[in-house]
Design a protein around this ligand. Structure first.
Ligand SMILES: Nc1ncnc2c1ncn2[C@@H]1O[C@H](COP(=O)(O)OP(=O)(O)O)[C@@H](O)[C@H]1O
Ligand SMILES: N[C@@H](CCC(=O)OP(=O)(O)O)C(=O)O
Length: 375
C-alpha cells in the first residue's frame, strides 16, 4: 500500500494526461508541456520505473488539424477527428520520447476489451510484455471505432481500468486544476484544496462537478469515479495539475502535491477486479438496511429477502449493481436470477422461491464468491 511516505518505492506508474493539459486555449497543442512530460517520464523510466501514459487529445488535435472550431456533434465527425488526431499525437510523442532514447508504443482500447474476460486478460498480457521490454505504452480509447454503447467514454476511467488491469502501484491524473476542491472552484471561489481523501463517501462524490473547459470531457466527477476503481484495485491515485512543472517527479518523491487517494490494503483478485470494473453492469437491485449490514459486515451472499427494488433488464449470469436505500453503490456481482424473476421474489424468503417461481436453481441471488464489495 502506497502513501506519500513510501511513494518513491512505487514501481509501476500510470500517468493520465487530459486534453486541457495537452492543449492551449486556442485548441492547438501545448508543445512545451508535451516535451516536458516526455522528458519527465523518460527520466522515471531511466530510474527503472515501469511507466504507462494514458493520453487524451486525439479529438482535440484532430479538430485543430481539420480547422473545426467546436467539438463535433455527430459520432462519425468525432470519430473522424479522433482518427486524424491520434496519428498527430503519436507522431509527436514518438519524436519527443525518441529524443531521450525512450521507445513508445500505441495501444488503443475499447470497452469490449474489458467486458470480455479473455480480452481483458489479453490486454494485460500485451501491456506487461511492453513494460518488460522497457517500452512506455501510450494508451487511448479507440475513438475512431468505438460506438457509444461500447465506449468507456472518458480517459479518467480508462486510466483507472488500465492501472487496475496491470496491478499498478500508482495512478497520477494530470488535469488543469491542482486537485479536488471542496466545491467546483469555477462556481465557488471560496473552495479549498483537499490534500488527501481517505474514503470516497457520497458526500465526496457530490463535491465533484463537470469539466472546466469545453475541451475537457468528464470533469472532477469522472476523476472521483476513477479513484473508486483505483483504490479498490490496490492502486493509490493522485490528481494534480499538469501545468505544474515537475508535478510527476514531485509526486513520486512523496511531496504534498495535489489530492491523494490511498489504496485499500488488499488488492482484489484479478477475477474480482474484472467483475467489479471490467464487466458491464446490466441492472441494479436496492437492498434494505439489514441486508446492507449482512453484505458489508458479515460477508454474506445476497438473498432475495433483503431486496426492495429491481431496476433494469438483466438475465441470469449478468453483472448487477447492489445499492443501498440512499442509492450508494455497495457491491457488484453476478446475478443467479433474471430481473423478471427477481421482481417476483424480492422480499421473499429463500424457502418461498420455489413456490413463487416454480423452480429454484440457487438459494442466493448473488453468491458471495461472485460478489465484490465497493465500500
Ligand atoms: N470539486 C472540484 N474540484 C476541482 N475541480 C472541479 C471540481 N468540480 C468540478 N471541477 C472541474 O473539473 C475540471 C477538470 O476536469 P476536465 O475539465 O475534464 O479536465 P481534463 O481534461 O484534465 O480531464 C476543473 O477545471 C474544474 O473546473
Ligand atoms: N479519447 C478522447 C479523450 C477523452 C477524455 O476523457 O478527454 P479528457 O477529459 O481531456 O481526458 C481523445 O483522445 O480525444
Amino acid at each position: 500500500m502506497f502513501t506519500r511516505e513510501n511513494l518513491n518505492n512505487a514501481k509501476r506508474i500510470v500517468i493520465k494526461v487530459g486534453t486541457s493539459t495537452l492543449t492551449h486555449s486556442t485548441g492547438k497543442l501545448n508543445l512545451l508541456r508535451i516535451e516536458k512530460l516526455a522528458r519527465e517520464l523518460s527520466d522515471l523510466a531511466n530510474q527503472g520505473k515501469q511507466i504507462l501514459l494514458v493520453s487524451s487529445g486525439a479529438v482535440g488535435a484532430g479538430m485543430d488539424r481539420l480547422g473545426l472550431k467546436e467539438k463535433p456533434k455527430t459520432i462519425p465527425e468525432k470519430q473522424a477527428a479522433a482518427a486524424v488526431g491520434q496519428g498527430i499525437l503519436l507522431h509527436i510523442y514518438e519524436k519527443m520520447f525518441g529524443e531521450y532514447g525512450q521507445i513508445v508504443a500505441q495501444v488503443l482500447l475499447t470497452r469490449a476489451d474489458s467486458v470480455n474476460r479473455k480480452r481483458y486478460t489479453n490486454s494485460r498480457n500485451t501491456l506487461m510484455a511492453l513494460l518488460n521490454q522497457g517500452v512506455i505504452p501510450i494508451i487511448n480509447e479507440n475513438d475512431a471505432v468505438a460506438i457509444d454503447e461500447l465506449k468507456i467514454g472518458d480517459n479518467d476511467t480508462l486510466s483507472a481500468m488500465v492501472a487496475s488491469i496491470i496491478d499498478a502501484d500508482l495512478l497520477i491524473i494530470l488535469s488543469d486544476i491542482e486537485g479536488v476542491y471542496t466545491a467546483n472552484p469555477q462556481t465557488d471561489p471560496s473552495a479549498t484544496l483537499l490534500s488527501e481523501i481517505t474514503d470516497i463517501t457520497p458526500a465526496v462524490e457530490e463535491l465533484a462537478g463537470g469539466p472546466g473547459t469545453a475541451r475537457g470531457t468528464g470533469g472532477m466527477y469522472t476523476k472521483i469515479q476513477a479513484a473508486k476503481i483505483a483504490v479498490n484495485s490496490g492502486v493509490t491515485m493522485v490528481i494534480a495539475s499538469g501545468g505544474r512543472e515537475g508535478a510527476v517527479r514531485e509526486i513520486v518523491q512523496g511531496k504534498n502535491v495535489g489530492t491523494i487517494f490511498i489504496s485499500k490494503e488488499n488488492r482484489l483478485q484479478i477475477r474480482k477486479r474484472w467483475l467489479a470494473f471490467g464487466a458491464s453492469v446490466s441492472g441494479k437491485v436496492c437492498v434494505d438496511k439489514g441486508c446492507e449490514q449482512a453484505l458489508l459486515k458479515d460477508g454474506s451472499s445476497l438473498l432475495a429477502a433483503g431486496i426492495t427494488a429491481v431496476d433494469g433488464d438483466f438475465e441470469l449470469g449478468n453483472t448487477i449493481s447492489i445499492v443501498s436505500g440512499s442509492g450508494r453503490e455497495l457491491a457488484r456481482g453476478i446475478s443467479n436470477y433474471s430481473a423478471d424473476d427477481l421482481i417476483k421474489i424480492k422480499g421473499a424468503h429463500t424457502h418461498e422461491i420455489n413456490d413463487i417461481l416454480g423452480f429454484k436453481h440457487y438459494d442466493e441471488v448473488v453468491h458471495r464468491d461472485n460478489l465484490v464489495l465497493l465500500v
